[in-house]
Write a new protein. Structure first.
Length: 171
């Protein structure tokens, strides 16, 4: 139990640290947080992976500066990028479910791609609600700039997960 708690805390911190590695672009910054979310889901599974992402969201909502650009507080979570943080929970859940069932690299990449779709869905819908912009404009801010980087994050996260999984002991 102690090992699991320590791993959950470690992965929560990993998401917070990766969220600070940012490329600023208009409206929604590009960060490495989703890379850490992929690793979290793939290595901790659906239950603990999604719990870690929920803990990350709660920490940020409580005001800790864990979101991109050292931001925190409910204003960020309920702002234009808050849907992505909710999407992280579902992304980790989906990746964890796929990783539990399939061990292959391509299957893991596919699960991570499905997780990204869930994250994009929550993030874009939330962005649309908060900003009131039309869908094509929102897709230009919320999806299109992220596709190449997220493909690279998936490729690297799946590779790392396959390499690290045998060394991760849950019991």
């Amino acid at each position: 139990m102690t090992r699991r708690l320590c791993l959950c805390a470690l992965f929560t911190a990993l998401i917070a640290v990766c969220a600070q590695i940012v490329i600023p672009i208009p409206m929604v910054p590009i960060s490495l947080a989703l890379f850490a979310v992929h690793l979290t889901g793939a290595l901790l599974g659906p239950k603990y992976g999604s719990a870690v992402c929920a803990a990350y969201a709660v920490l940020g909502c409580c005001g800790l500066p864990v979101f991109a650009n050292f931001m925190g507080g409910p204003g960020v979570l309920f702002g234009k990028t808050g849907g992505y943080v909710l999407g992280y929970i579902f992304c980790a859940l989906i990746v964890g479910l796929v990783a539990r069932r399939y061990q292959g690299y391509l299957q893991l990449c596919g699960g991570m791609a499905l997780g990204v779709v869930a994250c994009y869905l929550f993030g874009t819908v939330w962005f649309l609600v908060v900003t009131g912009l039309p869908l094509p404009v929102a897709l230009g801010y919320c999806v299109l700039p992220f596709l190449p980087g997220d493909a690279a994050k998936i490729a690297l996260a799946a590779l790392l997960a396959k390499k690290l999984r045998p060394h991760l002991k849950w019991s």
